[in-house]
Design a binder for this molecule. Structure first.
Ligand code: SAM
Length: 227
């Protein structure tokens, strides 16, 4: 069974064919096929160990005819195929954005993207908005074991304009102000405040302080609902 984070991602999958980039264990693709969310899937892995792991799990579930496991980077594993949903999960925002940028040229249609980042999701929104996409939903899920927040962003083709704050925090996050979104921001504000106070009180080297203070102010403005 997949965890809460991937379960949330699976709720947004649509169409017949899924490409899961960075499949690792292939659990998401296996779940999607077994639960008839898609007819077939491609798993892409750039590292040998997880690639073998994905192959093994697909075989164990007797899904070789429905899930094709490929070794390669990001969207570059595609070979002139129409894909309905692309998932890229469990990585940092900048890496996910780089993967999309690197392989976007391989797409022959406009699939839905479901991206689940464990850090800094702003570059994901920027790279896909630059390609004519817009945000259709955003959700924050907490992995209690790893004490990490995952931001899931769902993007479909279609143009929309965003403010700097919407790129930074997420347009739907700002609109919904979910409990998890505010919890994550509160945690980050507390952490930043402690670091800023420590630098101010104990450190002679103040480099980087302005960046931390600016981020703290942006977060406080959202928490105080000034946007
Ligand atoms: N997607 C799974 C999940 O969310 O549970 C696995 C996440 S795991 C932390 C990240 C996986 O992405 C690793 O198996 C890694 O090898 C793979 N990966 C990293 N960069 C990649 C790339 N450019 N193309 C394909 N896979 C990549």
């Amino acid at each position: 069974m997949i965890d809460n984070r991937l379960l949330k991602v699976s709720e947004y999958i649509n169409g017949d064919t899924l490409l899961d980039v960075g499949s690792d264990h292939a659990y998401l693709a296996i779940y999607a096929v077994q639960n008839d969310l898609v007819k077939n899937a491609i798993c892409g892995e750039v590292v040998n160990g997880p690639y073998e792991n994905s192959l093994k799990n697909v075989r164990l579930n007797m899904l070789d005819d429905k899930i094709d496991v490929r070794l390669g980077s990001g969207l570059l594993v595609l070979d002139n195929e129409k894909i309905d949903t692309i998932t890229i999960c469990g990585m940092g925002g900048p890496l996910i954005a780089d993967i999309i940028e690197e392989g976007f040229v391989k797409l022959i249609n406009k699939p839905r993207f479901i991206l689940s980042a464990n850090t800094f999701a702003e570059p994901i929104r920027r790279v896909l908005v630059n390609r004519g996409y817009h945000v259709v939903d955003e959700t924050i899920v907490k992995d209690e074991k790893k004490e990490l927040y995952y931001e899931t962003i769902v993007m479909d083709y279609g143009k929309e304009e965003y403010s700097e704050e919407e790129f930074y925090f997420g347009p739907i996050n700002l609109e919904k102000r979910s409990e998890m979104f505010l919890e994550r921001l509160n945690g980050e504000a507390e952490h930043l405040n402690t670091v800023i106070e420590t630098i101010n009180n104990k450190s002679k080297n103040k480099s980087g302080l302005d960046v931390l203070e600016s981020r703290y102010k942006r977060i406080k403005a959202v928490l105080d609902n000034e946007n």
